[in-house]
Design a protein around this ligand. Structure first.
Ligand SMILES: [Zn+2]
Length: 169
């Protein structure tokens, strides 16, 4: 349900509206994101072509604005505490085909095309969700995690060298 709107210059600053009413937030046509106490929105990212969930990330206001301005996914890295242009190091940029915001505007959904090998996970897999946890009757075979991708799509050591691993214990 699109309706007409004024045109905007490429790279124009993105305005986030003040949240004034439930109706405005849920039914309106203005972007009025609700950042949490840490200033973050949750972001789920899927592959436009396969529909596969690639990753779950977080965006602060700057990451959201940069994503909107450039059409390339930017996140806030909670472990490294930096704005993170996805693919800047690896070349595996996520081209945003569609950005959606949810009902109460505290979460976004990116549908992306990934360049290069198509991987989005720093471990080397396509999706960050590359292991399955057995549930219910599946536990008959044991509680071990099951890998859902048979091989990595790139070698993280080759791509990241000795850069610190963003996964923290
Ligand atoms: Zn990952």
């Amino acid at each position: 349900m699109h309706s007409k709107s004024e045109t905007v210059q490429l790279n124009a600053p993105v305005r986030f509206a003040t949240r004034i009413s439930i109706e405005q937030v849920e039914e309106g046509q203005v972007l009025a994101p609700k950042f949490d106490r840490d200033g973050l929105l949750t972001c789920v990212t899927t592959d436009t072509h396969s529909g596969e969930v690639l990753m779950l990330g977080y965006m602060n206001a700057e990451a959201l604005e940069k994503t909107i301005q450039t059409g390339e996914a930017h996140y806030w890295s909670r472990s490294r505490r930096i704005l993170w242009h996805k693919g800047a190091t690896s070349g595996l940029v996520q081209q945003v085909e569609e950005l959606r915001i949810d009902d109460d505007q505290d979460a976004v959904w990116l549908r992306v095309s990934v360049s290069g090998s198509g991987a989005s996970c720093h471990v080397g897999y396509r999706s960050c969700f590359y292991r399955e946890v057995p549930v219910g009757s599946q536990r008959i075979a044991g509680d071990r995690l099951l890998f859902t991708e048979s091989a990595k799509t790139f070698d993280p050591v080759e791509v990241y060298g000795d850069a610190p691993n963003p996964t923290k214990l």
